[in-house]
Design a protein around this ligand. Structure first.
Ligand code: SF4
Ligand code: SF4
Length: 192
C-alpha cells in the first residue's frame, strides 16, 4: 500500500514545486510589466536635450566683428578668427572662422562673452565622425541651422530623462500609471 502512495506523493510534490517555480517566474515578468522602460531606441527615439544643453555652437558670420574675444576667453584659445584690415572702411573684415569640436570642451565661454551674440549653443549632440578632422567646423558648417529632435518626422522625441519630477533620479520611481518614458510627438507642446 505504502509503495503505491510514495510515487503519488512524490508526483504531487514535484507538481507543486513546478507550479511554484512558474509562479515565481511570472511574478518577475508581471513586476517588469509595471515598470517604465528606461532604454531609448536610438536612432528611432531620441531624447530632447534640456533647455540649457551645451551642444554644437552656431555662428552668424555677418554679426562677427573679428574682435577675438572668443579666442581670449576660450581655455584653449580654440576659435580661429581669420581677418584682414580693410583700409577703405578702416575696419577688420572677417575672412574665415572655425572651431574644432574634436577639441572644444563645450564650456560656453565664447558664447557668454561674444559682444555681438553671434555665437550660440545649440541642442545638437550628434557629432560622431570616423575622422576627427571632420569635426573642425568652418564658418559655413557653423552657420548651419541646428538639428532639432522635435522637428524630425522620422524620430520619436522623448522628453522624460531631461524632465524627471523633482527628487526623482530613477525613472522606475515614477508612478506606475505613466507607462513609458517620454511623451509622444503629439503630446509635446513645442512652444513650452
Ligand atoms: S565652448 Fe569653450 S572650449 Fe569650446 S570654443 Fe567656446 S570657449 Fe573654447
Ligand atoms: S567674440 Fe564674437 S564677434 Fe568677437 S571674434 Fe569671436 S565670434 Fe566674432
Amino acid at each position: 500500500m505504502f509503495n503505491i502512495l510514495k510515487p503519488v506523493s512524490n508526483y504531487a510534490k514535484e507538481t507543486f514545486q513546478a507550479v511554484k517555480n512558474i509562479g515565481q517566474g511570472l511574478s518577475v515578468t508581471f513586476d517588469h510589466m509595471q515598470r517604465r522602460p528606461v532604454t531609448v531606441q536610438y536612432p528611432y527615439e531620441k531624447l530632447i536635450p534640456s533647455e540649457r544643453y551645451r551642444g554644437r555652437i552656431h555662428f552668424e558670420f555677418d554679426k562677427c566683428i573679428s574682435c577675438e574675444v572668443c579666442v581670449r576667453v576660450c581655455p584653449i584659445n580654440l576659435p580661429v578668427v581669420d581677418w584682414e584690415f580693410d583700409r577703405q572702411v578702416k575696419k577688420k573684415k572677417l575672412k574665415h572662422y572655425s572651431i574644432d569640436f574634436g577639441v572644444c570642451i563645450f564650456c560656453g565661454n565664447c558664447v557668454e562673452y561674444c559682444p555681438t551674440n553671434c555665437l550660440s549653443m545649440t541642442e545638437e549632440y550628434e557629432l560622431a565622425s570616423y575622422d576627427r578632422h571632420e569635426l573642425n567646423y568652418d564658418n559655413v558648417a557653423l552657420g548651419r541651422l541646428p538639428y532639432k529632435v522635435t522637428q524630425d518626422p522620422m524620430v520619436t522625441p522623448l522628453r522624460e530623462f531631461a524632465y524627471l519630477p523633482e527628487g526623482v533620479v530613477d525613472p522606475h520611481d515614477l508612478p506606475t500609471a505613466s507607462q513609458r518614458a517620454g511623451k509622444r510627438p503629439e503630446e509635446i507642446d513645442l512652444n513650452s
